[in-house]
Design a binder for this molecule. Structure first.
Ligand code: PD2
Ligand code: ZN
Length: 295
């Protein structure tokens, strides 16, 4: 017979604040958990405090650690899409294409990728998308449906996953680059911005506090990562900005930027936006990576 675990340790607002502070300082959930265990917190309480504060799920501790070298008693934090940057490679193998690693930030994980798409692939995506462009809608957190959004003055469309050979090829390349199965991604979205158009700073995860979020999450769980691909270059403006990082990625055709967020929380510092286009026209394609299989 199983017994319910009862502890005298309590999850106080002070404890939650401390967890948030640690997270903002750049410690990952498993680091914070280790500190709590070292400080004498009982594992079930520590895990519950982290899960509640950061709105994440922590996988149960592996049942058996079989080798002497295996990492002791660390939670396996949620799996994340992530390029393999071991030994600081200048290029990543995209399968059919060598993709350059131009800039890397560790926390949050931001990787600027060069040569992600060829000019022909950029033109091909635009050509397929053009006849289907409409004023951009965003997912409405209140209802789980879609809504017109004043913060996003671009036009857009979604491809189905694997809709045509070009889309399938790019999806396969991204899956390989970020080590994330193709079916754990949404269909690619294409956006077009003319002069003055912008996408105001936002987070790409779905806000757990919004009433529509549970229904959105049924289709593959949270978003964990984003790949923005630049398809055409405006002459001025149109960078992707990360206000908390004081970082701006230039919209260079064929390049891309990958970033990830392991919890749906502002402490990930992944607030980002599309700066207004000043002159010219900006086209991008975005791939969002989900926790589970997106159906
Ligand atoms: O166009 C961009 O740079 C941009 C900025 C922020 C795109 C997105 N977010 C997005 O597609 O989520
Ligand atoms: Zn975004």
């Amino acid at each position: 017979m199983s017994e319910r675990y009862i502890s005298h340790q309590k999850i106080t607002p002070e404890l939650s604040n401390w967890i948030l502070e640690q997270t903002r300082a750049g410690f990952k959930p498993q680091d914070v958990l280790q500190s709590m265990l070292t400080a004498g917190w009982e594992r079930p309480v520590a895990v519950a405090a982290l899960e509640r504060t950061l709105k994440i799920r922590i996988d149960p501790q592996p049942a058996a650690v079989t080798t002497a070298t295996a990492s002791p008693a660390l939670v396996s934090a949620i799996a994340m899409p992530e390029p393999d940057l071991t030994n600081s490679p200048l290029y990543l193998d995209g399968g059919d294409r060598q993709v350059a690693v131009l800039t890397v930030l560790a926390n949050p994980r931001v990787v600027v990728l060069g040569n992600l798409l060829s000019d022909e692939e950029c033109d091909g995506l635009i050509a397929f998308a053009k006849p289907r462009m409409a004023r951009s809608l965003t997912v409405d957190n209140k209802t789980g449906g879609e809504e017109m959004n004043a913060a996003r003055t671009s036009n857009g469309m979604f491809f189905q996953r694997g809709e045509n050979e070009l889309v399938a090829r790019i999806e396969k390349r991204i899956a390989r680059l970020v080590n994330w199965a193709e079916d754990r991604g949404e269909g690619i979205q294409v956006l077009q911005y003319g002069p003055g158009a912008e996408y105001k700073p936002h987070f790409d995860y779905f806000d757990p506090a919004e009433p529509g979020t549970p229904s959105i999450l049924k289709r593959g769980g949270q978003r964990l990562g984003t790949v923005i691909m630049y398809l055409s270059e405006p002459e001025q403006g149109g960078g992707t900005v990360f206000p908390d990082l004081h970082l701006e990625v230039g919209p260079k055709r064929g390049n891309g930027v990958f970033f990830s967020y392991d919890r749906p929380h502002a402490s990930t510092k992944t607030l980002h936006g599309g700066a207004p286009v000043v002159t010219g026209e900006k086209w991008i394609a975005t791939k969002w990576l989900r926790e589970g299989v997106f159906v």
